[in-house]
Design a protein around this ligand. Structure first.
Ligand SMILES: *[C@@H]1O[C@H](CO)[C@@H](O)[C@H](O)[C@H]1NC(C)=O
Ligand SMILES: *[C@@H]1O[C@H](CO)[C@@H](O)[C@H](O)[C@H]1NC(C)=O
Ligand SMILES: *[C@@H]1O[C@H](CO)[C@@H](O)[C@H](O)[C@H]1NC(C)=O
Length: 315
């Protein structure tokens, strides 16, 4: 199994701190790596300034802020006690090494300075049963930290796996991640899904209509995914949808009359999409409506009166 992290590193040189150097030496000594492949680790020696070591970047004060151990032939575990004691670490590249899924350390949350980790897990194989995976606390930590921090480059398999373990949470928020993926339909089978937020996440493909029909779903936010296509399905009467935000997506087609079934809907924003056809009069049935934004589409015909929508504050 392969686990790959990729991060941008900006080199800065300066005097190495002894405590940082000894942590790096510990890290090296704790790592199993192929010295025939390694060009960085293999040359880390006590005698030299650790800020000059290949793969190590320091700030002006000599704190290690970047580690690039890409393609070093590393197998087996990461020595947690040394890696996660580098409190200034902002970037970490472990791409193209071989780690086991079980070896994803549980302490990633300790790297509080880590600004950008681009995960490339595309060749990782994963077990089918999500319950097994839930027992791995590091994956949960990773997932909880996903928000805007980590860029994921995944094949369909691992993305499915991540989405699957997120199925144990009623609220899924993967905003501002570069997921580069279509949205899997199995979100629709998550038993307790109340909120799904995938804003600005580089999603593409066709959004599965079934997700709109999940009875527990209250919030669906997909805005700013310009390559994400889709259309609105018939809405069932038992829907709990309160907030529906699809602005700046490639959603198209007509608004169904059954949109009037969404009696709990308070906010609907469909701006800058490609919706067309008439604006259904059934929108007038949405008594809870507070905010309605249908701007920059290609609607035709009259605008409903909204006399029933006493709470409406913004059209
Ligand atoms: C990791 O580093 C600690 C602290 O130096 C050391 O005691 C431990 O033996 C190392 N772990 C491995 C697997 O080498
Ligand atoms: C990570 O943080 C937790 C909680 O603060 C702490 O108990 C643990 O020892 C830390 N792990 C490492 C490897 O520093
Ligand atoms: C946007 O949706 C239309 C269908 O309405 C489709 O033909 C087009 O390929 C989509 N564009 C992208 C970028 O997916």
């Amino acid at each position: 199994m392969f686990m790959i992290f990729w991060i941008n590193v900006i080199p800065v040189h300066s005097q190495c701190h002894n405590d940082q150097k000894s942590l790096l030496i510990q890290l090296k000594n704790g790592l199993l790596f192929n010295s025939a492949i390694s060009v960085k680790l293999v040359n880390w020696t006590e005698a030299t300034d650790c800020c000059d070591w290949k793969g190590v970047n320091c700030d002006q004060d000599g704190h290690v802020i970047g580690l690039d151990l890409n393609s070093e032939g590393i197998t087996g575990e990461i020595n947690q006690s040394s890696l996660f004691s580098l409190p200034f670490l902002e970037s970490l590249n472990l791409a193209n090494n071989s780690f086991q899924l079980e070896q994803i350390p549980s302490s990633f949350g300790n790297l509080t300075s880590l600004r950008l980790a681009v995960l490339d897990l595309s060749s990782l194989h994963f077990p089918e049963t999500p319950s097994l995976l839930l027992e791995n606390p590091s994956l949960l930590t990773l997932l909880q930290n996903l928000k805007g921090l980590i860029e994921l480059h995944l094949d369909g398999g691992l993305l499915m796996f991540l989405f699957r373990i997120s199925g144990f949470f009623p609220e899924i928020n993967l905003d501002s991640n570069n997921l580069f993926a279509p949205v899997p339909e199995f979100f629709a089978s998550f038993p307790n899904l109340t909120a799904l937020s995938l804003r600005s996440s580089n999603l593409y493909g066709t959004f599965p209509e079934k997700i709109f029909q999940v009875p527990t779903l209250q919030t669906l936010q997909l805005e700013s995914n310009s390559l994400l296509s889709g259309s609105l399905p018939e809405f069932p009467r038992n829907s709990n949808l309160k907030k529906l935000v699809l602005s700046e997506t490639n959603f198209s087609g007509a608004l169904p009359d059954s949109i009037g079934n969404l009696r709990n809907l308070s906010r609907i924003e469909l701006a800058f999409c490609r919706f067309s056809g008439p604006i259904p009069n059934s929108l007038e049935d949405l008594a809870q409506l507070v905010r309605l934004d249908l701007s920059s589409n290609v609607f035709t015909g009259p605008i409903p009166s909204f006399q029933m929508s006493k709470n409406l504050s913004s059209i």
